[in-house]
Design a protein around this ligand. Sequence first.
Ligand SMILES: *Cc1c(COP(=O)(O)O)cnc(C)c1O
Length: 430
Amino acid sequence: MKYYSLNHNAPKVSFKEAVILGLAPDKGLYFPESISPISADFIANIENYSNEEIAFQVIQQFLGNEIPESNLKQIIAETLCFDFPTVKVEENIYSLELYHGPTMAFKDVGARFMSRCLAYFNKDNKDNKNTVLVATSGDTGGAVASGFLGVAGVEVVILYPSGKVSDIQERQLTTLGQNIKALEVDGVFDDCQDMVKKAFLDKSLSHINLTSANSINIARWLPQMFYFFFAYKQLKSHNKPFVFSCPSGNFGNICAGILAKKLGLPIHHFVAATNVNDTVPQFLMDGNYNPKPSKATISNAMDVGNPSNFIRIQEMYNHDLEQFKKDFSSYSYTDSATLDVMKSIYKTDGYIAEPHGAVGYLGLKEELKNLPNAIGVFLETAHPIKFLDVVEPALQIKLPIPSQIESVLHQQKVSVKIKNYEELKSFLNP
Ligand SMILES: *Cc1c(COP(=O)(O)O)cnc(C)c1O
C-alpha cells in the first residue's frame, strides 16, 4: 500500500515510511492510495469472529506485506488487550466504552498499535533511534507514554499545556520515566501542536528521526476503525440503521469511523459532537472553514481550534460538501449544556458519563430526533475518573479509583518547563 500527501507535493511512500515520517515533507497528512471494501460476507457474519480476527481483516490492506502476518497478529493481540463493551443507557442508545485500556482512554488503541509497529520496523536497527514527538491536550500523552514505555529504540517527548490537563492526566505522562520525557509548555494545546509541527519541518533537526504519534500518524489513526466494527458486532441483531456520535477534537476518531464505512461497515450516519471549539459545525452551516484559537473547556481533550484530521474526511468525500452532509452532522455544546446532561443521564439512566462522552450523547440525541428508528451509539472516550474534578462535584458522587489509575497517583511528577520553540529545540538537540 502506498500513501500520498494530501498537499500533493511530496513523493508517495510505504506504510513504514509514512509511520516513521508522520507528516509528509510538504506538511500534508498521508492518505492511503486505495481503499477496498472488505468481504460483505465477513461483515454479514461478523458475530462469528473474534475482535482480533476482525481487526486483522480491517487493517491488513493498509499494511500490504510490510509486516508479516504472524507479526501483525501479535501486534493486534497486544493492542486489543482489553474490552470494548456497548452499554445500554436508554432504549436504542448505547455507550461504546473505549476506556477499559491501560490509561483508560480510547487513545490506548492507536498508541499501542503504533508503538508496536515502530518497534517492529526498528528491530534490526538498534543504533538508529526514533524520537516520538507528540503534543497532547490531555489523553494522548498518557496513552502514548504507556503505549511506548520501554519500547526499544524509541524516545518519547510529550508536550502538554501547563495547568490545562487534569491531575491524573498529568501524572500519567510525567511519572513513567525510562524513555518517556514530559515538557510542560507555558501556553495552550495549539501552542504545543504548533511547536511539534515546526520541529518536524526544521531542517536543523533532521538528524534526530522525529516521528509523530498524534492522530496525524496513520498508525495511530487507522486502528481506530476497529471499535466501530466491534460495536456493530455487538448491536447488529437490532437490525436498525446505525448512528455513531463521536465527541470530536482533532477528528481522528470520526475520520476512522468514516473509513470503516468505506470498508463496508453499514453505518447510516455520523455525528461529530464538539464543545464550543466549533470550527467544523460552523463550516457545515456556512461552508467557511475558519480555524480559530482553541478555547479551554471541561472537555479539554477536544479543545482544538483547527482539527488536523478534517482534511482526511474531506478527501473521502472528494471535497463535496453536499455529499458529505448526507452522511455527517456536527453540533457544538457549551460546558453548561454538558454539565446539565451529565446530571440528567445520571439521574434518569444511572449512567456516569464524563464530559467528552456527554458531548457525544448530546449530539446523538439531536440527530436521533430526525431518525427515530435508528440505533444510536456514542463513544465514551475516557473513564470518568480521568475527569473527576468535573464529574464528582457535578454528580455529587465519589468515584472509586481503578487500579490503572491508583498506580500512578503516588508517583513523583517529572517535567521540564518550556516557553517557546527555541527551548524545545535545545531540549531535542542539546
Ligand atoms: C482525544 C480525545 C477526544 C477527541 O478525539 P479526536 O480523535 O481527536 O477527535 C475525545 N475525547 C477524549 C477523552 C480524548 O482523549
